[in-house]
Unconditional design. Structure first.
Length: 204
């Protein structure tokens, strides 16, 4: 009788662990019609069936030559559940982190007291290191249609550069490329004096 109850306990724990595993694996699967539903059903079936039969078999083998107690059955069920859920949980966290990175990349930059004025690139623009940090070197290319905020303009140095805050951080843009940025006054820091053009060194 004890053996039967233990097997039933392992079976129940396997079903629960399998169901939770399936939910973790399917957490970020898109809704795309019949194909996705078939795949989801397959994952749920394999997870629950694998949990059911795996827990029963392993639980029986692990307790076969030992005195059955409630604590022993609970300990074996917990250990098996952890072994099943940890990989699925790790995959869930990894996918969640990927979604977070994508969301951060899609989020536009926000104006601040150091970067008051919003712009958008009308073409790809080469960004550089600042002349204050040694010889000017190419850093990365700012893609077309990316929003960037204007910081300080170095009008007394050669080459003239404007400090810009884009999605990937602070970069410096040479004067020859300033006109590739189109101003968006409606997205400036509130109460900031609007720029009339991207000729940031006008009159200097």
């Amino acid at each position: 009788m004890k053996r039967l109850l233990a097997i039933l306990s392992f079976a129940f724990a396997g079903l629960v662990a399998g169901w939770l595993t399936a939910n973790l694996l399917l957490a970020f699967v898109p809704k795309c019609g019949y194909d996705c539903e078939t795949r989801a059903f397959g994952v749920i079936f394999l997870s629950t069936a694998g949990g059911l039969f795996g827990f029963v078999l392993i639980g029986h083998l692990a307790t076969r030559k030992r005195h059955l107690t409630v604590w022993l059955v609970a300990a074996v069920s917990t250990a098996l559940s952890a072994l099943m859920l940890l990989p699925a949980g790790g995959l869930y966290v990894w996918k969640l982190h990927g979604r977070y990175v994508e969301a951060e990349a899609a989020r536009p930059v926000k104006p601040s007291l150091d970067f008051l004025h919003m712009t958008i690139t009308t073409r790809a623009v080469q960004a550089y290191t600042g002349s204050d940090f040694g010889p000017v070197k190419p850093m990365r290319t700012i893609p077309q249609w990316q929003r960037c905020l204007v910081g300080t303009a170095q009008c007394e140095k050669r080459p003239r550069q404007a400090q810009m805050l884009c999605k990937d951080g602070v970069v410096y843009v040479d004067e020859a490329d300033w006109r590739a940025f189109s101003l968006i006054p409606s997205e400036n820091l509130p109460d900031a004096i609007a720029l009339h053009s991207m000729d940031l060194c006008a009159g200097q």
